[in-house]
Design a protein around this ligand. Structure first.
Ligand SMILES: Nc1ncnc2c1ncn2[C@@H]1O[C@H](COP(=O)(O)OP(=O)(O)OP(=O)(O)O)[C@@H](O)[C@H]1O
Length: 338
């Protein structure tokens, strides 16, 4: 469990994190969302004892991170981009972390296999791609088999197979009763991964609720109806107390009644339907609606916005794709697990 109470961080006149109070519970994947600059990374850094709060308190496993003995066995984290110690191989980097936390050496091989880096274990991470660096960071987070895991943008740099793998890994870790706290900008990915959401904007808590409640409370749901008899449909549904608005391509959007009620109303009058489909806003729409007022960095109106993307199904997380040695190109943006 991770418990934040009135957690606040100021940098000069900037309040990066503003009196955050929430609890991240075990057994579910908790997504941590917020627009750019909302304070997610700062919050995660304070949880890990890497930034000192201006005020408030944060406990991991009931204590401050700094007081944890052999912390890698209690909390594993993949935080913001950092460079891995240049001279060590991936294996020795993990071995060094393991030794400093009382973790047996065989665990290094285990986690390298788990993240698919066995083939490049004796290579230096300085030659790794961004995705391989992410995998190494995830290996470090898993090294101590901790009950609490935090991932800051874990799918950054991963290919579709890697994204699918990390999604299933997080779900599996939560299913094992662990506390899993993950930030991501990919809404479609978060919608598939997280059970619970904590949303912040300008450092303040905007929502702390289940994924389903979040979408329900921050979006419009309606039933899309298509008919060759729109006038009759309109009469029947309006008489039945259903509010209708015009949708695209000649559809009608019915609010205030579920699909079953609408179906029964129109059936009673013999109105022909070509479509009757409940529509639920996406997490992305709900997020945009809730955080619209708190967005710090915004493109000019009319600018193309990147849509969320959901990867196709792939293999089980326990059998990750092995990553081959990169063909020459070296990516300078690396991530390291703490
Ligand atoms: N070391 C620092 N010194 C000064 N300001 C900082 C520092 N770290 C973060 N900030 C500011 O605090 C605010 C929160 O930043 P933070 O990186 O935590 O947000 P974030 O939600 O992780 O953003 P992103 O999604 O873009 O990674 C921003 O306004 C940022 O500019």
């Amino acid at each position: 469990m991770i418990e934040l109470t009135g957690l606040t961080k100021r940098y000069g006149s900037t309040t990066a994190v503003d009196r955050l109070t929430f609890t991240v519970r075990p057994g579910v994947v908790t997504g941590f969302l917020g627009p750019n600059g909302a304070g997610k990374s700062t919050t995660m850094r304070m949880i890990m004892g890497l930034d000192r709060p201006t005020s408030g308190n944060v406990l991991v496993d009931g204590t401050h991170y700094a007081r944890l003995k052999e912390p890698l066995t209690k909390v594993g984290a993949l935080l913001e981009a950092r460079s891995v110690q240049g001279g060590r191989t991936a294996y020795h980097h993990l071995l060094w972390l393991a030794k400093s936390n009382g973790i047996p050496e065989h665990r290094v091989d285990e986690v390298l296999g788990l993240v698919g880096l066995t083939q490049v274990a004796r290579k230096r991470p300085s030659g790794f791609s961004l995705g391989m660096g992410q995998r190494l960071g995830i290996a470090a987070a898993l090294l101590g088999d901790p009950r609490i895991l935090m991932f800051d943008e874990p799918v950054n740099g991963l290919d579709p197979e890697g994204i699918h793998w990390i999604r299933n890994l997080m779900k599996q870790l939560a299913a094992e009763g662990r506390t899993v706290f993950v930030s991501s900008h990919l809404m479609s990915e978060m919608a598939l991964t997280a059970d619970h959401l904590v949303v912040i904007g300008r450092g303040q808590l905007l929502a702390d609720m289940s994924m389903a409640d979040f979408i329900n409370q921050n979006s419009r749901s309606y039933v899309r109806v298509r008919t060759p008899e729109p006038e009759r449909l309109r009469d029947v549904l309006t008489a039945g107390g259903v509010h209708l608005v015009d949708g695209p391509d000649g559809t009608l959007e019915a609010e205030g009644a579920d699909a079953a009620t609408i179906g029964e109303l129109v059936a009673a009058d013999g109105v022909v339907l070509h479509e009757l489909s409940p529509q639920q806003a996406s997490l992305e729409e709900a997020f945009m609606r809730l955080t619209a007022q708190t967005v710090q960095y915004q493109a000019a109106p009319g600018t193309a916005a990147g849509a969320g993307w959901a990867p196709p199904p792939g293999p089980d997380w326990r059998q990750p794709p092995q990553v081959a040695e990169p063909a020459g190109s070296v990516d300078v943006s690396k991530k390291e697990g703490i």
